[in-house]
Design a protein around this ligand. Structure first.
Ligand code: SF4
Length: 195
């Protein structure tokens, strides 16, 4: 049954698609990229699209996505099943380049859309906080590595993860506990949430 206080998913998606609020600050212009349904069990709360995702319109349609899917232990079909997995970055459009990589998510975005998006996720069981920006937004400031190392403190609802960019391979080499300790628990949590 539809909750009358929750707006229609399609209305919300249409409004997001038409958003131009920070368009003047976006080097490639507005193109919100997300995956959302009211039945999703898992939320991949990420940071912001990169250029390839901006081009394709598909979240994590790049090597970072391949790494994230491997960490989660899901296939592409499972990952892109919107009925089971939602993918929502903190900033919905590509923000441009900053010092040493992509710029942070646009600050205008989450205050506009986040609560309305979260209201749609009525079957949510597990949230993956992917990257430092997503973690700071949800949990407050802390060093990313120490937060991920303390992942058990956030279970069973939340798992903090590094961003799966190419840099994560060097980070994993320096932090072998991530593969040994975090990934098995992450995969089990993902399977539980999808079951
Ligand atoms: S980043 Fe967010 S606020 Fe800015 S144009 Fe895109 S959807 Fe709108």
């Amino acid at each position: 049954m539809t909750d009358p206080e929750v707006e229609s998913l399609q209305d919300l998606l249409d409004q997001i698609a038409a958003c131009r609020v920070c368009g003047d600050a976006l080097p490639l212009g507005p193109r919100p990229v997300l995956q959302l349904s009211s039945t999703a069990r898992i939320l991949v709360a990420s940071q912001a699209p990169g250029t390839w995702v901006h081009e394709s319109g598909v979240p994590f349609a790049d090597a970072s996505g391949d790494r994230l899917r491997a960490w989660m232990g899901v296939t592409k079909d499972e990952f892109y099943d919107a009925g089971r997995i939602a993918i929502v970055p903190l900033g919905l459009c590509y923000p441009g380049r900053g010092a040493g990589g992509d710029a942070p998510p646009r600050p205008e975005c989450a205050p506009l859309w986040r609560n309305r998006i979260m209201a749609q996720l009525r079957g949510l069981r597990l949230t993956l906080l992917v990257g430092g920006h997503a973690q700071v937004d949800r949990l407050g400031r802390a060093p990313m590595t120490e937060r991920v190392r303390a992942f058990r403190a956030y279970l069973p609802d939340v798992v903090p993860l590094p961003h799966p960019s190419w840099r994560s391979q060097m980070w994993m080499a320096r932090n072998p506990w991530f593969e040994a300790d975090v990934l098995p628990v992450l995969r089990a949590a993902v399977r539980d949430a999808l079951a």
